[in-house]
Each structure stands twice: as C-alpha cells, then as structure tokens.
Design a protein around this ligand. Structure first.
Ligand code: F6P
Length: 337
C-alpha cells in the first residue's frame, strides 16, 4: 500500500512524533510506501510531496512543529461538498499520487475536512492534534500536555514577582473556544482566579475575590484567563480588558501577560511523544486492516477509533461538573461565578 501523511491547521508539539509513528510502523512493520504531503491539504492539490523513509523519519521524535509544514487552507472545507469540480480535482490528485490512504493530522477543522474527503470516496484516517484539547471523540490530544506544562511553569514564575510587588497578575492562555489549558494550567499553577469560556464570569465576583484575598492578608493574586473568554466589546484581548477592570475596581496594581505562541512551540513533553506514537501506530494498523473513514482516539488509557462523521463539526469543551472545577471551588479558587 502507498499512504500519504499531512498535517493541517495550527502546529503543535507531537506532530513529528506522529509522523514518525505512522511512517516507521508503515515502512518497518507493514512494508508500505509512505509519502509526506507538504503544507496541509493544499499539498494534495499541488502534488507537493516527498518520499519518507527510515532516514527522514529519524531524529524527529522530540522535534517541535511539523517537518511537513502546515496551513490553514480552507478551500477544501468550504467547497468540497458544494463544488463538484473541486472534488474531482482532489480525487484526480489522489489517484495520480497513487495513494491508498491519507493520514490527516489536525484539529477540528482538519477532521471536518478529512470527513468530507471520506464522503467523496477517498480513504482517510484522522489523527487528532491540538494544544486546545477540544477535539470531539478523544479524551485527550497530544500538544495539550506540553502546552499545560509551559503555561503552568509561566504561572509559577509569575507568583514570585506578583508577591514581591503585591500585584495582581492576569495571564492569558490559548485554547480557542475551550478552557482546557486555562483550567489545567491554572489549577497546576495555583491560580486564585480561573476564567473559562464555558462558564462565563462576572467581573464583580472576580474583583470581590481579589479584595477578599487582600483582606485575608494575601496582597497578590494570580488570574488565569482563557483566550476564548473574550471581552465585552469583542475587540480587546480578555487579558487587557480584565487587567484594567481589576485595577480600576480594586486599586491594586495589575499587570497582564499573554503567553501566546510559546505554548505551541518547542519540544513535546514525554507524555505527548508517547501519545503521538501510540495514535500514529494505531492509525497505521487501521489502514492495514482497511478500516477507513475513522479518527484514532484515546478512551481512558486505551487507543481506539471512531467514525470521522461523528467527530466532524463538534467541539469538546469543559463541563461545569469537571472535578477540577469542583475541587478548585472547594479550595476557594474563584471561577468568576
Ligand atoms: O488551535 C491552536 C491555537 O493555538 C489556538 O489556541 C489559537 O486560538 C489559535 O490556534 C491561533 O491560531 P493561528 O495559528 O492561526 O494564529
């Protein structure tokens, strides 16, 4: 069999470990031919590919980013179903490349596109990846653990400067529309206030919690805010809005830090490397068994898979019943409610 691998959407730590997991299993265990498709889905159209071998797959396990490049190409997503012409171009490219299957490594958008490709008759396997941990159908995505480690370390570092200056530190973390990174990094970093898009928040409750801490002899506070929380005018970053609102209402000096792309860059954690390796291996197994149109996933500590049609268009968000929220509330952490 000849298989293609592509990565699409925002990069994240662990993509190369997946490419290696898929590629080495395919070549060494199943005797398949493997090509890398460059720059996401557009690489199929442009037939921008390279042959992958044991040599090109070596030394990339711990490498951040993606050796194949990525893009947020939306052409397919918008047009494939509607545009017959587009579908036949893709089918033709797939045929001309001699592919028996494409492994699509990506987040929600990628899995949606992978499903569309499957619907027009191509053999596709999805592998979920994102620091946001918001892909439906899998308990966890690789990239998330690394991002949480980076964000928690940043929050740790903010504690000492917040305490020295008796300031409030507002830290904005990524996560798109979900609050997974904010919840996990906030709890691991000992934040005093954690704001998640899934819960919303009342700024008066946040201010009251900070003033209450000051009254109880804790003159500094750490506020972790998920980027998806947004701001009332929808134009400013949430950290910017919240920082100013807190300083104005409490009179306590308040500073903001936006962690941004540092959460996405660099080497994957050992946990993410192993997760990516397991998912990559399972993706190849599905191909060998001709079980196409599925996304590999984690259910607890077991590697499994679900139909791409079940994943497409859905988002996995934090629920208010999450035990980290309940435990946090029991310990006096404010979620802005
Ligand atoms: O999905 C990963 C992510 O890093 C989100 O957390 C963030 O909102 C978004 O991508 C940023 O996207 P871009 O790379 O297009 O700036």
């Amino acid at each position: 069999m000849k298989i293609g691998i592509l990565s699409s959407g925002g990069d994240c730590p662990g993509i190369n470990a997946t490419i290696r997991g898929v590629g080495k299993t395919a070549i060494m265990h199943y005797n398949m031919e493997v090509i890398g498709i460059h720059s996401g889905f557009s690489g199929i159209l442009n037939k921008d590919v390279e042959l992958l071998n044991e040599r090109s797959l070596s030394g990339i396990l711990n490498l951040g980013g993606t050796i194949l490049g990525t893009s947020r190409e939306k052409t397919f997503r918008n047009q494939i179903a509607a545009d017959e012409g587009q579908s036949s171009v893709i089918k033709r490219s797939y045929g001309e490349l001699g592919l028996d299957c494409i492994v699509c490594i990506g987040g929600n958008g990628t899995q949606k596109t992978a499903n569309l490709l499957s619907e027009i008759g191509l053999n596709v396997i999805g592998v979920p990846k994102t620091i946001d941990n918001d892909v439906w159908g899998t308990d966890i995505t690789f990239g998330f653990d690394t991002a949480v480690n980076i964000a928690a370390e940043a929050i740790d570092r903010l504690h000492s400067t917040a305490s020295s200056h008796k300031r409030v530190m507002v830290v904005e973390v990524m996560g798109h529309k979900a609050g997974w990174i904010a919840l996990y990094a906030g709890m691991a970093g000992g934040a005093d206030v954690i704001l998640l898009p899934e819960l919303g928040y009342d700024i008066n409750k946040v201010n009251a919690a900070i003033l209450d801490r000051a009254k109880r002899g804790k003159p500094y506070s750490i506020v972790v805010v998920a980027e998806g929380v947004g701001s009332p005018d929808k134009k400013r970053r949430p950290a910017d809005f919240i920082t100013k609102a807190i300083e104005e209402a409490t009179g306590i000096e308040t500073r903001e830090t936006v962690l941004g792309y540092t959460q996405r860059g660099g080497n994957p954690s050992p946990f993410d490397r192993n997760l990516a390796t397991r998912l990559g291996g399972h993706a190849t197994e599905l191909i060998a068994n001709k079980q196409f149109g599925r996304m590999v996933c984690m259910k607890g500590d077991n590697v499994s898979s679900i139909p791409l049609s079940e994943v497409a268009g859905r988002l996995k968000t934090v629920t208010p019943e999450h035990d980290l929220i309940i435990q946090g509330e029991r310990m006096g952490i404010t979620f802005g409610q």
